[in-house]
Design a protein around this ligand. Structure first.
Ligand code: MSP
Length: 529
């Protein structure tokens, strides 16, 4: 295993002030797809997720319920774990910032930065948004001193002694870094945002709070509590520790550092693309490869929010439609990086069109024809005998590479669209070639060539979509006679390696086809819709 290429990636560590919402589910689904794709390539992947449990926001939520913060966090965390299970997320590490070993990592990291001379005491005055856990510039505020992100919440005035991190010192280094590593912040629009923010001049930021005890004490001054973001970002490092390893930076950084990809929403870009690299530079550590800031989800065109009463409950969605459906919709319908909308009618239409009709029916009708016209056997075909002008072969031969590039660029919608081109071409090919007529005319060889081409195309489509719809892909593979379950990633990486299975022409006449069964049941719109 050790010679395999490694790929470590993270979701944000989610605040536990409330149960998970669809925004957190969105990032986590995308992260799971990336990890699954890496494993399909035969790489070793480490998917990190977890929870961010300190700070004023959590402390107040706990108070609101009359609970101690720890008790409150312990009660919310299982709702994340069970949602990830429902969504078929195969994460490797779940990092909780209240873990004892996390404190050891934070302490060691703080000490390194302290030694560098990048932490000093000063007076912090300004407007603070507890929901963002961030100071805001006066010019950013909405009327009535409301936060631009949490528009119903008022910011609070602070005037206190804090410890500061010397962010300003890293201005030029950061600018040089963005120049030399243009792929560090993605997509390009977010990179421009960050660069223009940094160009305006960086100010030191406070990394401690007084009058707050829910967090780690500042190692050099326990009267102060460490700022929640300073501690949270380091949760990524703690997550790299092997479960039984002693919590030291050396142990945490030995195998998986630097992290290859941080997946986040656009609202927390500054923390990941400015503060985080500067903190790492100060501690003398290598920087992550990439930070990708995705867009925001809206519902029926409206910003989702508790106050507008239009939140989308991810648990209900998965329970109603299944995990593959939810995963597919969000990744196929929304260009990753841009904002996107959820609308239930559209959701149902997309799933019915792509998964039930185009893909599901294609497999079903083809398997039935194979039963009828080929005695249920995969036709014996010499691949070279299929002319390169065959439309399915022509598309199929390049598809693996094309889809690989799309996954690597996190262009999930593009990956799905490219696969659908093959699926739709296959439906068209059957209709045009009409194997039922060819059969009646006694053209058995032609019948076999058509059916082989279509079956093989369904297989390839299932393989390439397996990171997104692992259950459906496994079902298709099983009906095609492969004993492969894409949820068993070690097994599928060995039995169905990308180098062979992403090509066109893999299906062999030795396969024992299974019984045709619908792979995705058409969704009937609810009566009151
Ligand atoms: N705790 C911090 C992250 C610390 S990482 C070291 C945090 N947590 S959060 O729970 O508030 O947000 C987690 C993620 O959810 C963010 O990436 C945010 O962008 C995302 N989303 C929150 N609402 C969203 C939508 N409506 N749509 C898409 N993503 C959204 O921030």
């Amino acid at each position: 295993m050790s010679s395999l290429k490694r790929f470590a990636l993270t979701t944000p560590l989610y605040y536990v002030n409330d149960v998970p919402h669809i925004g957190s589910a969105y990032t986590t689904i995308a992260a799971d797809v990336v990890a699954r794709f890496q494993r399909l390539l035969g790489h070793q992947a480490l998917l990190i997720t977890g929870t961010d449990e300190h700070g004023q926001k959590i402390q107040r939520s706990a108070q609101g319920q009359g609970k101690s913060p720890q008790e409150f966090c312990d009660q919310i965390v299982p709702s994340f774990v069970s949602l990830w299970e429902l969504l078929n997320i195969q994460y490797d590490r779940f990092s909780r910032t209240t873990a004892v070993r996390h404190q050891a990592i934070v302490r060691e990291f703080f000490e390194r930065v302290w030694e560098t001379g990048d932490i000093y005491q000063g007076q912090q005055t300004g407007w603070y948004c507890v929901s963002c856990e961030e100071f805001k510039e006066e010019r950013e505020l909405l009327e009535g001193n409301r936060c631009p992100i949490h528009t119903t919440k008022q910011v609070e005035w602070r005037d206190e002694q804090n410890y500061f991190f010397r962010l300003s010192k890293y201005q030029t280094k950061l600018e040089e870094f963005y120049q030399s590593r243009p792929e560090f912040i993605q997509p390009a629009s977010r990179r421009n945002e960050v660069i223009s923010f940094v160009n305006q001049g960086l100010q030191d930021f406070s990394i401690s709070r007084v009058n707050l005890d829910w967090g780690f004490p500042v190692p050099v001054d326990p009267q102060h509590t460490l700022y929640v973001w300073f501690d949270a970002l380091l949760g990524y490092i703690t997550a790299l520790l092997e479960p039984d390893a002693e919590p030291t930076l050396a142990n945490a950084l030995g195998t998986w550092w630097p992290i290859n990809l941080h997946l986040i929403g656009k609202d927390i870009l500054r923390f990941h693309a400015v503060y985080w690299p500067a903190m790492l530079m100060s501690a003398g550590l290598n920087l992550p490869d990439k930070v990708f800031g995705h867009g925001f989800l809206t519902k029926d065109g409206q910003k989702m929010g508790k106050s507008s009463g239009n939140t989308l409950d991810p648990i209900a969605l998965v329970k109603n439609y299944g995990s593959d459906a939810v995963r597919y919709y969000f990744l196929k319908e929304i260009e990753f990086g841009k904002d996107g909308d959820f609308n239930e009618v559209r959701f149902i239409n997309v799933l019915n069109a792509d998964l039930a009709n185009d893909l599901g029916n294609l497999l079903n009708r083809t398997l039935n024809m194979v039963k009828k016209y080929c005695a249920g056997q995969v036709p014996l075909i010499v691949l070279e005998a299929i002319p390169s002008a065959n439309p399915l072969k022509a598309i199929g031969l390049n598809l693996g590479e094309q889809v690989k590039l799309a996954y690597e660029a996190l262009a999930f919608h593009q990956a799905c669209e490219s696969v659908l081109v093959l699926v739709q071409a296959s439906n068209k090919f059957i209709d045009e070639q009409a194997p039922w007529s060819l059969y009646k005319q006694g053209q058995q060889q032609e019948v076999e060539a058509v059916l082989y081409g279509v079956l093989e195309s369904v297989r390839l489509a299932a393989y390439l979509l397996s990171p997104i719809i692992p259950n459906i892909s496994s079902e298709i593979y099983q009906q095609l006679g492969f004993g492969i379950n894409f949820n068993d990633q070690t097994q599928s990486a060995i039995a169905a390696p990308f180098t062979t299975h992403a090509a066109w022409g893999v299906l062999s006449c030795k396969q024992q086809l299974g019984t045709p069964q619908p792979i995705f049941k058409r969704i009937e719109p609810r009566k009151n819709d």
